[in-house]
Design a protein around this ligand. Sequence first.
Ligand code: GSH
Length: 204
Amino acid sequence: MNYVLHEYAPSGNCYKIRLTAAHVGVPLERREYDIMKGETRTPEFLSNVNDNGRIPVLATPEGLLPESNAAIWYLAQGSDLIPTEPFAQAQLLRWLFWEQYNHEPNVATMRFWRAFVGEDNLTELQRANLPAKVAAGEAALKLMDDHLAARRFMLDDRFSLADIALYTYTHTAEEGGFRLADYPAVSAWLARVAAEPKHITLDA
Ligand SMILES: N[C@@H](CCC(=O)N[C@@H](CS)C(=O)NCC(=O)O)C(=O)O
C-alpha cells in the first residue's frame, strides 16, 4: 500500500501525520511544497491535490485526504492509538476538535507569524489580532496544563492519537513566543510523549 504525504515539512500539521505513521509503522512517500512561495495555491495544486489550497494532504489508495486530523484518524484506525470503547473514543475526538479550534489557530498561528512570516511583515489585521491570539494560546496551554496535572496523557494513562495531535504544535510553542516553563505539567507530558517507543522528531 502506497501513501504519499503532500506537505511542508516544518508544519506541525504535517508532522502529526509523519508521527502517526511512525507509530503505526506505515511508510510514507513525501512530496514537499513551499507554502512561503505559494506552492499550494497554484492552479495545478488546487485542481489535483486540494481545492482548499493547503497542506497536509495524505494520498491514500482510496483517494486524497486533506485535514491533518482526518489523515491521522485514517492511519491509526485499528491501532492502539484509538481506543475502542465509545466514550473513550469520543473523548479522543473531543481533543482532536479542540486542537483545531482552540489550540492550533492560536499556538500554531503565533509560531507561523513570529518564526516564519516575521512580526514586521504582518498585515495590519494580523497585528491587531496578535494580542488576542497570544491570550487564546496561553488559555489553551493553561487548559492542557490543568488537565495534565493529574494525568500521564490526554486520555489518562493511555498514550493515544490525542497526544500526537497536541504534541506537534505544543512542543514548538516557544517559537511562537509562549513560555513552556509556565506550564510544568505540559512540559513533563512533552517529555513523556517524546520518550514513547517509535517517536520521531519534527526534522526526522
Ligand atoms: N485544518 C488544516 C489546516 C491546514 C493548514 O492550515 N495548512 C497550512 C500549513 S500548516 C497551509 O497549507 N498554509 C498555506 C496556505 O494557506 O497557503 C489541517 O489540520 O490540516
